[in-house]
Design a protein around this ligand. Structure first.
Ligand SMILES: O=C(O)C1=C[C@@H](OP(=O)(O)O)[C@@H](O)[C@H](O)C1
Ligand SMILES: C=C(OP(=O)(O)O)C(=O)O
Length: 430
C-alpha cells in the first residue's frame, strides 16, 4: 500500500497516542506466567503485540479480547505453559522473540521460534549466549546467532552478566529466565535501558533490586495477576511531536502518554534543539509515570546526540533525524550502531530517504550527520518494510510543499494501526 501525503501542513489539536508496545507485550507475557486473571486495559492491538498473544495461546494460555481495548489473560503460573504444537511465530517482533526466549529457558519442553525475513536477519546471539550460560539448550542458524531457534529449557542457574550491548530486550530475557534459576541472576547494565520489565515484575510480586548499577533477581514460587492500564506510547507520539516541532505555529497536546524516564530522551533532545515543550499532569500508574506533553513548533537548531541518551530515544531516532533535517545548522547522531539491526538498517533507510527529499545527510558507521535548513522537495519515499521509517518519512513529507508518496506504508500496522488517519486529523494547511 502506498500513501500520498500532501504538504505543507502544520499541526494543531490534541492526540492520545496508541498504547505502549513494550508494556503491552510484557503484560501478556507476565500475565501468562502469573497465577490468576490479568486484565489489561488499553492493550495495543497492533501486529507485533498480536504475535505475542498468538505465541502464548499456542502454549495453552487462554487470552480473550473484550470490547475494543481490553485483554484478559488467564495466567497458569510459572510452570503452567504447555509445549506448543508447531512453531511459535514472532513475525516482525524482536521483543516477542527475545523476551519469549527468556521465559522458554525456564520451561521443561522444547519449542521452535521463528520470524519473518527481517526478524530472521536480526541478531539473537546476544540473548542465546547468556541463556546458554544459565543452562538452556538453544540451537539455530549459524550456531544460534539467528532464528529460527530451537530452545529446550529446564534447570537454570543464576549468572553474573555484564550486558555487552545496551538492550532492554536482552536484559528482560535474562530477568525472566532469572525467575526460574537457582541462585541469584545479576545483571550489570552500563547504559540504562527501558525498565518496564523490572517495574512490571515487581508489580506482580517478583523480587528484583537495583543497587550500584547491579540488577538482581531471584526465583519466586509465584507471580500474582494484576489489573494493568497501559499508558500511551511515547515512541508513537514522537512522530506527532516532531511534526509539530518542525512547523511554525503548530501546537499539539499529547495526552496520557508514558513518561518513564528511560523513554523520554526525545523530550530532552527537542528542548535542546530549541523547541518549546512542557510536561503536565504527571502521575504514577502501575509503577509507570504518565502525563501530558505540550509541544509548540518552530525555530529548531541542530544538536548532538550521543552516549547515554541514545538508549532513551533509540526508536525515536528516525523521527528525530527528520527534525534535524528541518533545523538550522548541523546535527550529529552517534553511538547509535544498534539502529543497523532493527526492522531495517535504520541508518541506511533514514539517509536514503532524507537524501531523496534533498537534505544534506552523511551516513556514519554508528549514526548520521545531518545539515538542516535546505529547502526539501516532494518525492517518493520508501519504508523498507520498517514501521518507524514509514511514519518518520510521512512526517517529513507533511512539511514539504507538494505531493509525496510513502511506498509500502502498510508496515505502520506493526506498532500503530490508524497512524495516517490520526496524522490527518491533527494537520491543517498552512
Ligand atoms: O524491550 C523493548 O520493548 C524494546 C527494546 C528496544 O530494543 P533493544 O533491546 O534491541 O534495544 C527497542 O528498540 C524495541 O523497540 C523495544
Ligand atoms: C525495534 C523495534 O521493535 P522490536 O525490536 O520489538 O521489533 C521497534 O518497534 O522500533
Amino acid at each position: 500500500m502506498d500513501v500520498v501525503i500532501e504538504g505543507k501542513m502544520r499541526i494543531r489539536g490534541e492526540v492520545t497516542p496508541p498504547p505502549d508496545k513494550s508494556i503491552s507485550h510484557r503484560s501478556v507475557m507476565i500475565g501468562a506466567i502469573a497465577e490468576g486473571t490479568t486484565e489489561i486495559m488499553r492493550f495495543l492491538f497492533a501486529d507485533d503485540c498480536l504475535r505475542t498473544v498468538d505465541c502464548f495461546r499456542k502454549m495453552g494460555i487462554e487470552i480473550e479480547f473484550m470490547g475494543h481495548d481490553t485483554v484478559i489473560v488467564k495466567g497458569k503460573g510459572l510452570r503452567g505453559l504447555r509445549k506448543p504444537e508447531g512453531e511459535l511465530y514472532a513475525g516482525n517482533s524482536g521483543t516477542t522473540m527475545r523476551l519469549l526466549l527468556g521465559i522458554l529457558a525456564g520451561q521443561d519442553f522444547e519449542a521452535v521460534l521463528s520470524g519473518d525475513e527481517s526478524l530472521s536477519r536480526r541478531p539473537m546471539g546476544r540473548v542465546v549466549e547468556p541463556l546458554r550460560m544459565m543452562g538452556a539448550r538453544i540451537e539455530g542458524r549459524d550456531g544460534g546467532k539467528f532464528a529460527p531457534l530451537t530452545i529446550k529449557g529446564g534447570c537454570l542457574k543464576g549468572i553474573y552478566y555484564e550486558l555487552p550491548v545496551a538492550s532492554a530486550q536482552v536484559k528482560s530475557a535474562l530477568l525472566l529466565a532469572g525467575l526460574y534459576a537457582e541462585g541469584e541472576t545479576v545483571i550489570l547494565e552500563r547504559q540504562r535501558t527501558r525498565d518496564h520489565t523490572e517495574i512490571m515484575l515487581k508489580e506482580f510480586g517478583a523480587e528484583i533490586s537495583l543497587e550500584d548499577g547491579l540488577l538482581r533477581v531471584t526465583s519466586v514460587d509465584k507471580l500474582y495477576a494484576r489489573r494493568i492500564v497501559v499508558p500511551g506510547d511515547i515512541s508513537s507520539a514522537a512522530f506527532f511531536m516532531v511534526a509539530a516541532a518542525i512547523s511554525e505555529n503548530s501546537e499539539l497536546l499529547v495526552k496520557d502518554v508514558g513518561l518513564n524516564p528511560t523513554r523520554t530522551g526525545i523530550i530532552d533532545v527537542l528542548r535542546e534543539m530549541g523547541c518549546s515543550i512542557s510536561v503536565e499532569g504527571e502521575k504514577i500508574k502501575n509503577g509507570e509515570k504518565v502525563g501530558n506533553i505540550l509541544v509548540r513548533g518552530g525555530g529548531l537548531r541542530g544538536t548532538v546526540i550521543d552516549g547515554k541518551i541514545v538508549p532513551r530515544l533509540i526508536d525515536e531516532i528516525p523521527a528525530i533525524a527528520v527534525a534535524c533535517a528541518f533545523a538550522e545548522g548541523q546535527s550529529i547522531i552517534k553511538d547509535a550502531g544498534e539502529l543497523r539491526v532493527k526492522e531495517s538498517d535504520r541508518i541506511k533507510s533514514i539517509a536514503w530517504n532524507l537524501k531523496r527529499l534533498g537534505a544534506e545527510v552523511e551516513e556514519l558507521e554508528d549514526g548520521l550527520l545531518i545539515t538542516g535548513g535546505r529547502q526539501l522537495k516532494p518525492c517518493d519515499l520508501e519504508s523498507f518494510g520498517d514501521h518507524r521509517i514509514a511514519m518518520a518519512m510521512a512526517v517529513a513529507a507533511l512539511s514539504v510543499p507538494g505531493r509525496s508518496r510513502i511506498r509500502n506504508a502498510e508496515c505502520v500496522n506493526i506498532s500503530f494501526p490508524g497512524f495516517f488517519d490520526t496524522l490527518k486529523n491533527i494537520s491543517e494547511p498552512i
